[in-house]
Design a protein around this ligand. Structure first.
Ligand code: PMV
Length: 360
């Protein structure tokens, strides 16, 4: 193997997690969404992954998480098997994959979005190098987003800076169920100061996984109205993002968070992921907004933790409010200070392919 070829067998990326404002809940076909969703990437919660291709031994995937070999390798092996139809070179190599998260395992932040985002970026880079394509190739991000989606649906929204949309909507002709699209153009500058304080209510394993929750939407009594609601909310939210309308932003974001949990509570069988402290935090956030007239609101993922969203100009007041009134309802007083982020980062130069022909 030449020096260049060896270089072309290694890729390293950092990819953030994201939080949805309009929620994806329910699937169609293979990892396609029942409704469009809109999210933003975080800045401090990310995964760093390196993928190395080799031909030693007969272990298809050796997966190391924070230095230790992890059983998550089995899920990645299935994933690689799935994408090998598109990326035939996958069959020719064994994979050594190392990953680390910037946030603790027990932080209650879904790590599948940042993990599959980072893995998809590494695989897309290796594939593009193989085909002699450069890093500026316009399809790069779309392809990476599509690959991320196949690992974990919401991961496809982690690939762009700021906000992105996944799923077909009448808003954009380019929107797709296959991959997310970035939403950078025209977003009002007030949203570049968006902050997310993740209030930890319970870091334990969820009683019902997201994949079970998605499946329960197949026969859900409210399926049609939920889909219609998500389309309406995405239209409203997009308008709020363009015009800087914080009041509308708050109304849509809270409506979506509670609708997601309403779908869980009204599934058959039903389930409930919110805890008493989640409700306490919600009512305190609403009371604070009424009294202070500051634009703060909450969103919630498929779990009990509360994301308190606010804006840069209110940072000092909101942090004082968190310390004074909210920490008592957080598990061991824990919260994570995050904000809207700039998207993924390549951790190593794009490999040179020499003559432009694939070296893998
Ligand atoms: O990507 P999944 O299968 O983990 O589903 C994520 C679903 C929610 O986090 C609840 C909503 C969303 O759009 O991210």
């Amino acid at each position: 193997m030449t020096g260049t070829a060896k270089h072309a067998h290694l890729s390293q990326w950092k990819c953030p997690s994201n939080i949805a404002l309009v929620k994806y809940w329910g699937k169609r076909d293979f990892q396609k969404p029942m409704n469009p969703s809109l999210s933003f990437v975080l800045q401090n919660a990310f995964t760093e992954t390196s993928v190395e291709l080799h031909k030693d031994g007969d272990q298809k995937v050796a997966y190391y998480f924070e230095g230790l070999e992890s059983p998550f390798g089995d899920r990645i092996e299935k994933y690689l098997d799935h994408i090998s139809g598109q990326f035939t070179w996958v069959n020719k190599y064994n994979f050594r994959i190392s990953s680390r998260n910037s946030f603790p395992h027990s932080a209650g932040i879904a790590s599948s979005a940042s993990s599959f985002g980072a893995l998809a970026l590494c695989l897309t880079e290796l594939d593009f190098v193989h085909s002699g394509k450069g890093p500026d190739c316009p399809e790069f991000w779309q392809k990476a987003s599509e690959l991320a989606r196949m690992g974990s649906g919401s991961a496809c929204r982690s690939l762009y800076p700021g906000f992105s949309i996944w799923g077909q909507t009448q808003l954009f002709e380019s929107s797709s169920d296959e991959h997310a699209i970035p939403l950078s153009d025209g977003v009002h500058p007030v949203f570049s100061g968006l902050r997310d304080a993740i209030l930890m209510v319970d870091s334990g394993t969820k009683e019902v996984s997201s994949s079970v929750g998605h499946r329960l939407m197949d026969e859900h009594h409210y399926q049609r109205s939920r889909i219609a609601q998500a389309h309406e909310n995405i239209n409203e939210l997009y308008l709020a993002l363009l015009t800087g309308d914080q009041e509308k932003f708050i109304a849509v974001v809270e409506n979506e968070a509670l609708s997601l949990h309403a779908m869980m509570m009204t599934s058959n069988p039903s389930f409930l992921l919110l805890k008493p402290n989640s409700l306490e935090l919600i009512s305190r956030i609403r009371r604070f907004r009424e009294k202070s007239h500051m634009p703060v609101c909450f969103t919630i993922d498929a779990g009990p933790n509360i994301h308190l969203l606010y804006f840069q100009e209110n940072e000092l007041d909101v942090k004082a409010f968190i310390e004074r009134e909210l920490l008592a309802f957080c598990e061991n007083g824990k919260w994570i200070d995050d904000r809207i982020g700039k998207g993924p980062e390549r951790l190593k130069d794009w490999p040179s392919t020499g003559s432009g022909t694939g070296s893998i």
